[in-house]
Design a protein around this ligand. Structure first.
Ligand SMILES: [Fe+2]
Length: 698
């Protein structure tokens, strides 16, 4: 690792302390004291449990486990709908239906208390009765002298109570409601989808304000709530049939929220120190080094130039959306070999697979088996640390993302190219203005996740005379959304198609955060080829092969790129998988938007049998979407094309490209090619297109 110490005003000693991470999402409603004094009572909710067997889980709870006061509707330790009634002394009364709920099945569950009759009833009834099993049940109990007690505090949805909050529920909840009388079973039956029965005090309609964090009470009490730790919204509800696939067209069919006991948004840790970037501070990649006893950690941050100014002609866009989306990725191939590698290399020793307590990545599953669709940076991210090794492969360094991207930064420094850094967030919020002043803008190895705003910014930059380098693979692939109220979190729906870590459920392809159709940009009519000339085509193990120079490379439009390079075989070396063309490969496709005048400079060859065509390129077992044989599509294309106003694009089509730059003391054919491209791109006098091309392009 190459590190340079930097003076910082915050350098010094600070007291340290344990700061917890409280995983688990729930709804919290304050100001519900009047509900604690109700005489008669019914609690009701429609639920789709995913782990009914995991132990007690609160559905609708105003219960204080410290004082045993209050009441709750829950899933009991036997997996059945359960009423909990506290009376302030001794253990609360728990009354269960006594029949475990079936996972991933819609039920209405309820608990009612009739004070005059001293009668407690709990019930569960499936929304669609099974032809095979009787899933319904009720239980009742006559109490002697028990009186409802006030659980104080607040009302929780999808958790039991306590401080810290415990008893988190896994699954979907729809239309939780409280009534001031004991409803009859027939009334509860009739409540399905229609008008709520008489006596509604408070009821939360999750089909309202789906993109927000507020939950809206449609009852007379008007006690609205807040969601904690961002459970998934815009989830199909009990009435969803497939007649509408977009929640904006039928919000009533999306009145469910999916809660998870391992959701996390903001750890909410106290601030120990802050850093005001001094005037004149160099833009770049920094880290705050934290030490405590024998422990050490480095927290990276990216310093942009002051807004509206630049310190260099080159801008490196740091793909922070992709870093965060991958944040705390616990890889399925993690094991002892990784620990051995980390120890032998003195690499970052902590791995999310061993430490899920900070919340895992959108490449992982929740504890209930559903895919994680939210990624927050307001928590420690172990994968986003200098020296973290992603993959303990035999060939190469096994670095990806932040760590692999430093291969490029090290090369730029070694070659004396000054650069500024910006992140995806500036690109998203400030648009093309953030990058317009630069002569060249480059990506790093894997700019995979984009919003419409970041793609627009790059495209407008390119079409305004900018010179864009895409030095990676599988870029501009997935469509993500930011939250309007909650900064620092990204949503991804792993919709139809694509190399996916999990698959979104039917009907749940539209983002909750911005209402757009999630999934691949290609499915939204914006394939990567339109911007960069190449797009994702094949993936294999973390191995790199080489490119072979194409006959078109001698075209005078591009021959300058190969100045000083005599080899036909390019990049058969490197830290990333052992070769410049590997792991994730992009190729040209005119039907997907590669500009007509694009020149293929080189294409990769020699990939092992581990490489497969991405799913969206398959039609049948023998045919592909482009019509070419499978094997022909397993390649990276290195391309160049001119853009309007003397702009241009250079793309490498391989995620392992940057890993080859440092080979042989930065003196190799990959390094030379990039140096030729960048030198010319940075030269304002350089004319990058012939008059013949300039005509139709401008
Ligand atoms: Fe990726």
């Amino acid at each position: 690792m190459l590190e340079e110490p930097v003076d910082a005003a915050f350098a010094g000693s600070y007291p340290s302390r344990v700061q917890p991470v409280r995983l688990g999402s729930y709804g919290r409603i304050d100001g519900t004291e009047p509900l604690g004094r109700l005489g008669n009572l019914t609690l009701m909710a429609t639920i789709w449990p995913t782990t009914p067997d995991k132990g007690e889980q609160g559905i609708l709870s105003r219960f204080d486990p410290e004082t045993n006061a209050g009441f709750a509707l829950a899933i009991g330790s036997d997996g059945g709908a359960t009423a909990i009634l506290g009376h302030g002394s001794g253990a609360p009364i728990r009354l269960s239906v006594g029949k475990a709920l079936k996972a991933r099945t819609w039920y209405r569950i309820w608990a009612s208390f009739d004070r005059a009759k001293d009668r407690l009833v709990v019930g569960q009834t499936p929304i669609s009765p099974s032809p095979f099993t009787d899933l319904a049940g009720t239980a009742s109990l006559t109490l002697e002298g028990e009186v409802l007690s006030d659980g104080g505090c607040c009302l929780l949805i999808a958790a039991s109570g306590g401080e810290p909050v415990s008893g988190h529920f896994n699954g979907k909840i729809e239309a939780p409601a409280i009534f001031d009388r004991a409803l009859e079973p027939a009334e509860i039956e009739a409540a399905a989808g229609g008008e709520p029965p008489q006596g509604l005090v408070a009821g939360w309609d999750f089909s309202r304000e789906i993109s927000g964090t507020r939950i809206v009470d449609i009852g007379p009490a008007g006690v609205h709530g807040e969601l904690v730790n961002l459970p998934a919204r815009a989830m199909t509800g009990s009435t969803w049939t497939g007649r509408e696939m977009c929640w904006r067209h039928a919000p009533e069919d999306y009145a469910a929220i999916h809660f998870h006991d391992d959701d996390i948004y903001d750890c909410g840790w106290e601030t120990d120190f802050s850093f005001t970037v001094p005037h004149g501070f160099r833009s770049g990649v920094y880290a705050a080094r934290l030490r405590c006893g024998e422990h050490e950690d480095r927290v990276p941050f990216f310093v942009c130039p002051p807004k509206g100014s630049r310190q260099a002609d080159l801008c490196v866009v740091i793909p922070t959306f992709t870093y965060v989306i991958y944040g705390n990725h616990a890889r399925p191939d993690f094991g002892e070999h990784w620990r051995r590698r980390a120890a032998a290399w003195n690499a970052y020793p902590w791995n999310p697979a061993d430490h899920p307590e900070y919340g895992l990545s959108t490449y992982n599953f929740h504890s209930d088996g559903s895919g994680i669709c939210h990624a927050s940076r307001l928590r420690p991210i172990l994968t986003l640390r200098p020296g973290f090794v992603s993959i303990a492969e035999q060939r190469g360094s096994g670095l990806r993302h932040f760590q692999a991207d430093t291969h490029l930064l090290a090369w730029l420094e070694a070659k004396g190219f000054d650069f500024d850094v910006l992140t995806d967030e500036e690109l998203h919020h400030e648009g093309v203005e953030a990058i317009a002043p630069y002569r060249t803008v480059t990506t790093t190895s894997h700019p995979e996740y984009h919003t419409a705003e970041t793609l627009d910014a790059l495209q407008q930059y390119r079409d305004g005379g900018g010179r864009l380098m895409y030095l990676g693979g599988n870029g501009f692939y997935w469509r993500v959304a930011l939250h309007a109220e909650a900064p620092g979190v990204i949503e991804i729906r792993r919709g139809e198609g694509g190399i996916r870590a999990w698959a979104a459920e039917p009907g749940e392809y539209f983002n909750a955060f911005d209402g757009a159709y999630g999934g691949l940009w290609r499915r939204s009519g914006r394939p990567p080829q339109e911007l960069a000339g190449v797009g994702f085509s094949a993936q294999g193990l973390f191995e790199g092969s080489y490119y072979r120079r194409s006959p078109q490379a001698s075209d005078p439009r591009v021959s300058w790129i190969f100045e000083g390079v005599d080899d036909d075989i390019l990049g058969n070396f490197g830290l990333s998988g052992g070769g410049a063309a590997g792991y994730e490969l992009d190729r040209v496709d005119r039907r997907l938007g590669t500009p007509e005048h694009t020149i293929i400079l080189a294409s990769s060859q020699g990939h092992s049998d581990s490489f497969v065509l991405v799913p969206e390129e398959h039609l049948t077992h023998v045919t592909t979407w482009p019509g070419a044989p499978h094997q022909d599509l397993i390649r990276a294309d290195m391309v160049f094309f001119e853009a309007p106003k003397n702009g241009a694009v250079f793309s490498t089509g391989s995620i392992t490209f940057c890993g080859s730059l440092c080979h042989d003391g930065y003196d190799n054919n990959i390094s030379r090619i990039l140096e030729n491209v960048l030198t010319r791109f940075l030269d304002p006098e350089a004319v990058l297109q012939t008059a013949a091309q300039r005509g139709p392009l401008s």
